[in-house]
Design a protein around this ligand. Structure first.
Ligand SMILES: [Mg+2]
Ligand SMILES: [Zn+2]
Length: 452
């Protein structure tokens, strides 16, 4: 009788725990990071779509589940390195840290954990692939500036798909790269079995992993300036990465970053910022459609921090004007080049590239006095455009504002409410049954061994 009770209790225990586990464990995880994109930036993009395309919502909007606090160990305002280390490793660290803890010790990443579980892995970014966000998933260095070392670690990790910019960190100086060790990492990767492509045609032809696609020397173009014949969009890279990764029976882990949303916000660049957010949302839509068709796929989307201190409405006015942004056909960078390098007249550039037909004398004068310095000129152009659009910026850097969290698919119920950025990494590890602490202990033991 007593034995039966024990058996019954065990069975109840099994039944109790089974549904929760069966429900939670996703087969595939696609983690989206909108670098430098706070809540106001998503409102900007949504209001813009509503005003110009009659679209009521972003693809992301239906999946908002919470907010994320972003501070680093050494500052309430994080950088992308500490932010990505929190997501990738579940560990708080200092600004500049790439998958190392506050003491500079290497800490294991979700990508390493996924590889250890036999999952396929991929990283997609529009910045240099060695830039802080993708770096923190794929390398361990004490400073984000060590991009040549990051490239070296990236090609030795067994990552199945790497798409983005940043050829320069993989090529020696005599081939136009920035490596002073003389190594051609793309040739080395190809020799070790990677399919290496550097242009649109090569990208289209990719059908197998492992694959590296690097489509620019440094960062890829802002979406608003992108030459579609030369560079794939973030949505295209996302679709291709999923196609390449999804035949692994153990599932896949893919990180996709809208990297340059942040860069445009640093430059207070309205069109650069807006169109990179829209491109990011389009990439999320690709993943959501895949996840809707592919049971077992968790799509998570968040941001590492806000950048620019963007406000919609300014100077006491209860309005902002998306139609001003709709007339912009370029980011600030080519406008600066047209004025300074091509010497084109201010009124002509403002008409042809910003859609401003009625530039005032005062606006023209503000631009003219800044012509001799590219930074001041970009700031003057931003100011003229932003005042017309009634949007404001408080900084050329990051802010401490909480960021949005979106989730869809199995395991998404674990993500709700207000979370810390390290919770994202910790909870993903738990869902994927990855023991980050054990992997970190092994990494640190190896680092000590290497040092001896
Ligand atoms: Mg980034
Ligand atoms: Zn930034």
């Amino acid at each position: 009788m007593r034995r039966w009770l024990v058996v019954m209790a065990a069975l109840i225990g099994v039944c109790w725990s089974l549904p929760a586990q069966a429900q939670e464990r996703p087969r595939n995880v696609i983690l989206f990071i909108a670098d430098g994109c706070g809540p106001a930036s998503f409102t900007l993009a949504r209001d813009y779509l509503r005003a110009t395309a009659g679209q009521e919502q972003l693809a992301l909007d239906a999946h908002l589940v919470g907010s994320v606090q972003t501070y680093a160990t050494n500052s309430l305002v994080t950088d992308s390195a500490a932010g990505a280390t929190a997501f990738a490793c579940g560990v708080k660290s200092y600004n500049g840290a790439i998958a190392v803890d506050a003491d500079g010790q290497p800490v294991a990443t979700l990508l390493e954990g996924a590889e250890a579980r036999g999952m396929a892995t991929g990283l997609v970014a529009t910045s240099r692939i060695t830039h802080a966000t993708p770096a923190a998933f794929s390398a361990h260095v004490t400073s984000r500036s060590l991009e040549n070392e990051i490239a070296l670690q990236q090609i030795g990790q067994g990552i199945d798909v790497l798409f983005g910019g940043g050829k320069q960190q993989f090529l020696p100086t005599d081939q136009g790269g920035r490596r002073d060790d003389g190594r051609d990492l793309l040739a080395e990767a190809a020799a070790s079995g990677y399919h290496v492509v550097t242009d649109r045609a090569g990208f289209e032809a990719l059908t197998a992993t492992p694959a590296i696609g690097l489509f620019s020397d440094s960062h890829m173009a802002y979406e608003v300036d992108r030459d579609a014949a030369a560079e794939p969009s973030l949505a295209e890279m996302t679709r291709k990465a999923i196609d390449l990764l999804d035949d692994d029976p153990d599932g896949f882990f893919l990180m996709v970053e809208g990297s340059r949303i942040d860069h445009a916000a640093h430059g207070n660049d309205p069109a650069g910022h807006l169109h990179d957010i829209l491109a990011y949302d389009a990439a999320v839509a690709v993943a959501l459609a895949y996840a809707a068709d592919t049971p077992g796929t968790l799509v998570l989307a968040t941001s590492d921090h806000e950048t620019g201190g963007l406000t919609l409405g300014r100077d006491g006015q209860y309005a902002w004007r998306p139609e001003v942004l709709a007339r912009l056909t370029h980011s600030l960078e080519p406008m600066v080049a047209a004025l300074r390098e091509d010497g084109r007249p201010i009124a002509e550039v403002m008409r042809d590239m910003a859609g401003i037909e009625d530039l005032t004398y005062q606006e023209g004068a503000r631009i003219e006095v800044a012509l001799d310095d590219p930074g001041r000129l970009a700031a003057a152009l931003s100011d003229v455009i932003s005042r017309r659009a009634l949007i404001g910026w408080t900084t050329g850097g990051h802010t401490a504002v909480d960021v949005n969290l979106y989730a869809f698919g199995p395991g998404s119920e674990a993500f709700s409410g207000h979370l810390d950025n390290t919770d994202i990494g910790r909870m993903l590890a738990r869902l994927l049954e990855i023991d980050l602490d054990a992997l970190s202990a092994a990494l640190q033991a190896r680092a000590v061994g290497d040092a001896r």
